[in-house]
Write a new protein. Structure first.
Length: 158
C-alpha cells in the first residue's frame, strides 16, 4: 500500500494500492466515486520522486489541493484533496515511496495566465502604442439616403 485517502468528516479510508491511479465515476477507474458531480474520468494520481501528484483530466467540477483549484500539483502528506466537493486527507510517507531529501521545488503557476503562449515562447511581436499624427485632420461622415432603406456614407473633412 502506498498511502490512503481519508474522507474528511468520516468514512472508510481508501487505500492507494498502485503508483498510478485513475479516479472517477466509471467502474473502469481504479478509485470509483459514485457521485453525480464526479466526472467519468475525473483525475489521475501518480507517484513521482517519492511524492503523490494529482492531474485534473478536464473534469467539470475540478480538483483542489488545500482549497486551491489546480490542474497539476504535488500533494504533500496531510494535504486535503478535493475531488469535486468530496474532500480527502492524503496520508503517506515519502520515504516509503523512494523520496530522497526534501521535495523538489514547484514552479508557481500564478502568472501562467498573465501571458499568451506566444509571449511565453518569445514568438509574439511586440506591441507598440500608436501615437496620433498631430498633422492629421479629423474626419466626419455624412449619412445620406438616396433610396428608401439604402444608407450612404460620405467622407467629409471638417
Amino acid at each position: 500500500m502506498y498511502g490512503e485517502l481519508v474522507p474528511v468528516g468520516g468514512g472508510d479510508p481508501i487505500p492507494l494500492l498502485k503508483k498510478s491511479l485513475l479516479i472517477g465515476r466509471r467502474e473502469s477507474c481504479d478509485i470509483v466515486l459514485r457521485f453525480s458531480n464526479v466526472s467519468a474520468h475525473h483525475c489521475q494520481l501518480t507517484v513521482s520522486a517519492g511524492y503523490w501528484h494529482v492531474r485534473d483530466l478536464q473534469s467539470r467540477n475540478g480538483v483542489k489541493v488545500n482549497e486551491v483549484r489546480v490542474t497539476d500539483k504535488r500533494i504533500d502528506p496531510g494535504d486535503v484533496l478535493s475531488v469535486a466537493k468530496h474532500k480527502y486527507e492524503v496520508h503517506y510517507s515519502p520515504i516509503d515511496l523512494g523520496a530522497v531529501g526534501p521535495p523538489p521545488q514547484e514552479v508557481p503557476n500564478a502568472d501562467v495566465f498573465g501571458k499568451s503562449l506566444l509571449e511565453r515562447a518569445g514568438l509574439e511581436k511586440r506591441k507598440f502604442a500608436k501615437t496620433p499624427d498631430p498633422d492629421a485632420k479629423p474626419t466626419r461622415y455624412e449619412i445620406t439616403t438616396d433610396e428608401p432603406g439604402q444608407l450612404r456614407f460620405k467622407n467629409r473633412p471638417f
